[in-house]
Design a protein around this ligand. Structure first.
Ligand SMILES: [Zn+2]
Ligand SMILES: [Zn+2]
Length: 366
């Protein structure tokens, strides 16, 4: 038996070492991925303008298309720039706001009167937790990234192609970049179709500055990305419309299966009840928020939340409101609502870090 136990411990250590090496490699390769991405999208833009826009006879249709082409290129470059240059969300940045608006979350002692609900009906969790890895504050929906070695507000995933995480503050740019990349690839592929065959011919009558071989390769790459990126985009839109991040999607699938086994329905508390509301909340557009046309603008826009308080699913809201009673009818009675303690499958397998305090040393209650 000791031999089996030792072998198991050794296997886990080996696995952890491999995982650690993979994390370091992913982190180190980030700048290379970013450089490759920039080279490809800039070369694509130059080829597009050179071959498809400039070296073609001017026509009425071309004049109409020109501003659209400029809008596509501006969005492609700006959204990628924003996604790599916008920090995804440091939990330390919300501590002052929590102290001001929900001091019970970091005060010593238990005041369950508040139950994590704020006056505007948003949910923040009963106490501010501490990350078991970086020891920083960890509001609800925050996860620790092993590659970045820090916690990220509303973390979605670590993306090597942007040398960082996708989180609260850059998630909008990440999704819009995928959307504009898809549009760019198909615009290039469709409008450059004839030029592609010309570039493939023996001794082509080629007047553009871009070499034919370069155009051929970029056209093929556009078609390949034009097939792959929209699939990724549709998957992310699907998750957003369910009110969950990639990480929460895994956790919610697990809880849904577990709930089914118990004969009840699992509800993601951050699903606002309709796909449209979830999408509007994610992109911060719609009534009372930014206008819809901002989705087509190559500018920075803030998220709809500061990252520690969130609106809830109507059922979750009714259950968590102070003094509210669980609705009695069958539609509400046979459900289980996910909460912050259940949302810890992904990065707190070590048991979490307790509660966060500004004075970590003098907080034995953590
Ligand atoms: Zn952390
Ligand atoms: Zn990361």
């Amino acid at each position: 038996m000791p031999l089996i136990r030792d072998s198991g411990t050794l296997a886990i250590r080996c696995f952890k070492s491999v995982e650690h090496c993979a994390d370091r490699l992913t982190g180190a390769a980030g700048p290379v991925f970013v450089a490759i991405c920039w080279v490809l999208i800039v070369l694509g833009g130059i080829s597009f303008v050179d071959v498809i826009i400039i070296h073609k006879p001017l026509s009425f249709l071309r004049l109409i298309f020109l501003p659209i082409a400029i809008l596509i290129l501006l969005n492609l470059y700006s959204q990628y720039y924003y996604v790599i240059r916008t920090p995804p969300g440091n939990p330390h940045s919300v501590v002052e706001e929590i102290k001001r608006e929900a001091p019970w979350m970091i005060e010593k002692g238990s005041d369950r009167e508040h139950r994590g609900m704020l006056a505007d009906g948003t949910w923040a969790g009963e106490k501010l937790r501490k990350c078991g890895r970086c020891l920083g504050p960890k509001p609800i929906r925050t996860h620790h990234c092993r590659v970045c070695r820090s916690c990220v507000l509303v973390m979605d995933h670590h993306c090597p192609c942007q040398y960082g995480c996708v989180g609260l503050y850059n998630q909008r740019y990440f999704v819009l970049f995928m959307a504009w990349l898809s549009v760019s690839c198909w615009t290039f592929a469709i409008l450059g179709y004839q030029d592609f065959w010309l570039s493939m011919s023996y001794k082509p009558a080629w007047v553009a500055v871009t070499p034919p071989i370069s155009f051929t390769l970029i056209w093929v790459l556009s078609v390949a990305l034009g097939c792959a990126v929209p699939m990724l985009l549709v998957w992310h839109i699907y998750l957003i419309s369910r009110g969950e991040t990639s990480i929460e999607g895994h956790d919610n699938d697990y809880f849904t299966t577990k709930a089914k086994e118990r004969g009840v329905t699992y509800i993601n508390p951050y699903d606002l009840g309709s796909r449209r509301h979830n999408l509007e909340h994610y992109f911060n557009v719609g009534p009372g928020r930014l206008p819809y046309y901002t989705l087509f603008m190559p500018f920075r826009y803030p998220p709809s939340t500061s990252g520690w308080r969130f609106p809830l699913h109507p059922i979750a809201l009714s259950r968590r409101r102070r003094n509210s009673e669980v609705p009695e009818d069958d539609r509400y009675g046979n459900v289980v609502v996910g909460d912050e303690d259940e949302g810890e499958l992904t990065d707190d397998e070590g048991g979490g870090g307790g509660l966060w305090s500004e004075d970590q040393e003098e907080a034995p209650w953590t």
